[in-house]
Structures are given as C-alpha cells and as structure tokens.
Design a protein around this ligand. Sequence first.
Ligand code: SF4
Length: 412
Amino acid sequence: MSEAIEGEAFAPRLLRWFDRHGRHDLPWQHPREAYRVWISEVMLQQTQVATVIPYFERFMARFADVRSLAQAPIDEVLRHWAGLGYYARARNLHRAAQAIVERHGGTFPADLDAVQALPGVGRSTAGAILAQAHGQRHAILDGNVRRVLARHAGIEGWPGLPRVQSRLWDVARSHLPHARLADYTQALMDLGNAVCRARAPLCEVCPVRSDCVARRQARVNQIPSARPARERPQRRSRVLLVVDPRGEVLLQRRAPSGIWGGLWCPPLVAEDEDLDAACRNAGADSRSARPLAPLRHAFTHFDLVLEPLRVHQGRPEAITDRDPASHAWIKLSSPDSWPGLPAPIRKLLLEGIDPPQTDLPLPPCPAPSIASSSAAKPKGSTARPTRARSDNASSKASPRKPGKAGSSTRRG
Ligand code: SF4
C-alpha cells in the first residue's frame, strides 16, 4: 500500500500505487503500439482481460498489422473472433482497418478526431489508445473508470445518463497528469478492476481513499447508482439442424448486419416465419423434426431463446447448387474445420444434436418454458430431453453494447 501525502493530487497517488501493484506485463503493452492497443481495447469492451489474452495473441499472430487485417477476408476475421461475442466489434475492426489504409496509408492515426472517426471507436476508446500508445493527454471513461470516479467524487445518478456522464468526463479530465499518461490510463483501469471493485471494494488499500467521498459518507455501495430497471424483451427462434445422410449439418452465412451478422449458422426460423416452408427450402421434411432442449442466449437488449429442431435432409438436389459462399455442410466430427460460428451455436453442435430418446411432439413456437426447464436441470446439464442451457452470462451482466458510444463497460 502506498502512503498518501496530505493534499496530494489524485494522479501521483495512483501512479505510485500502479508502480507497485499495477499490471505491467499485458501482451499489448510489449510493444505498446497503437494498432495493438486498439485491438486490445476493442476486445476488452465487455470482456475480461483473462479471456481476451489468448484471443489477442491468436489475432496478432494472424493479423500482425493494419494492412494484414484490412486485406483479410471478413470470414477469417470473424473466425478469429468466434467466442468473444458482440461480433459487430470484429466487423468494425475490419472496416476500420480498411479505412486506415485508405485514409492514412495504413498507419494508425495519432489524432483524436481521426481515431474517433473510425468505425466502432468512441471517445473513451480513442483516448485510451492515444494515451497508451503515444502518451497523449486524453481522459478515458470506461465502466470501471466511471465507477472509481463516481465514488471518489461522490457523483450521484446512473452513469449512463448524459448529465452524469458529463460530470464524470469533467472529473476525468481534471485528474489527468502531465506525464506518464500511458501508465496513468492503465492505472485507472487496474484500480477499478483490482481495488474499487463493483462489489466489496478494498477501500483500506486504495491509494485515493483519504479524500474519497463515497467512503467518507459510507455510501460506497450506493454509488454509482444502478441502471433503472426495465423489462428485458424476449425473442424466440427455431434452429434448423438439417442433417444429411452422411451426418453432416447444413450452415448458412448470416446477412452482414443484424444478429450474428456475417457468421455461419444453421437456418434460423423466427417466430413469425413458416417452419414448413423453411424445411422445404432446406430440402428437409418438417414431419421428421425432433426438438432438442431449448437454449437461452443473452444479447445486450434482449434474450434470444433458441429452439433446436433436428430434421433429416432427404432431398440433396434441393440445395446442392446453392452458392458455396452462403451455404456449407460441416462434419460434426471436425470442429477445427468449422467456419466462424456464434458461441451458443458452436456449443450446441459440440454437445451433440442427437434427438431425445422419447418421441416428443414438435413444439409450437413459442416452445416449452425455459424457466421451468432451467429449474428442473442444473446449468450446463447435458441430460435430455429436458435439458436447458444458458449462455453468455457475462454479456447479460453487462448492460451496454460496445461500439460507437465508446465508453465501454468491461475488464477484469
Ligand atoms: S476508497 Fe473505496 S470507494 Fe473510494 S475510490 Fe477507493 S476503493 Fe473506490
């Protein structure tokens, strides 16, 4: 623990603490170049550091610089992202790399406005990149930092509100030191992660505790205010697991925008779409459909309940002449060769898609209650036929979508 000097400013205390307790060996710190910091910052939106590190290292091994990312097929970028979630981030990275090549000759820009103009880069992310890569004097305000500053300055209200955000930006700027901006930026993130945690903050070892308003007023648990409660909408979609006589499964490439844009997926049939027609379109007979346990996936603003249906593909000629750029058959036994799949779909295929042993009737949509299935089985159970799963709990816990808004919630 660093000793505080009476009346000393925020930044020197934080930097002294960082020198002893901060993270100095993250892969994007060596070397701390703008391209590498940018990739790490985008990956860290909504995602913990420990999860990001292996993804970052694989990404860098394949896309070592802006040009290699810009020239890569989007499919390959998505494949390297598969499992991290929030795929708009990967599509934005790809588009941004192409914009950097076109507008800046392939060199990552060093100007705040130019960085903020890139797809998927908001004010906080742009500031974090330039502060860490070039030592520029910019404030950041990601989820962890908002919590630290709101508590330290005693700022009431939910940080998502514009008036609260505006005050937090003022505070963030007021604390900026005139040197060591890269370390200061990392120090703020580290303090929010390791000390000023959302639950049970470690105030007794905090380097800025002496003038922390929330601590002094014993309101650490009330600041920052929680997001006002709202009902989470729920959507349902059937997942057509079309299996051909060789045991291969049909995938289609999703449209570039929307849910899982650009990724590969079995055909999804929304609540208001005709199941018979969708089966016919896939060369399958809906009468052969057998339901598997439903699966819930949390997106930022809604829950998606996936209802897998295994159907036999009896008419290969119906789809053999489809465009291979948008249709593919995959071997269930070779997951390493699968293209980029959304995490819950990959999990579904990995866990096996054999039909249940009982002859359940084809469920109407909406299908059997997830809540009751979840209550009947522990999370992650693979027992059938009442199995129910819940994926991406971390994304459900994070209330905001990364992207242009820039001030991401994240990190561990
Ligand atoms: S004293 Fe406690 S609440 Fe205040 S900034 Fe430090 S860890 Fe957070």
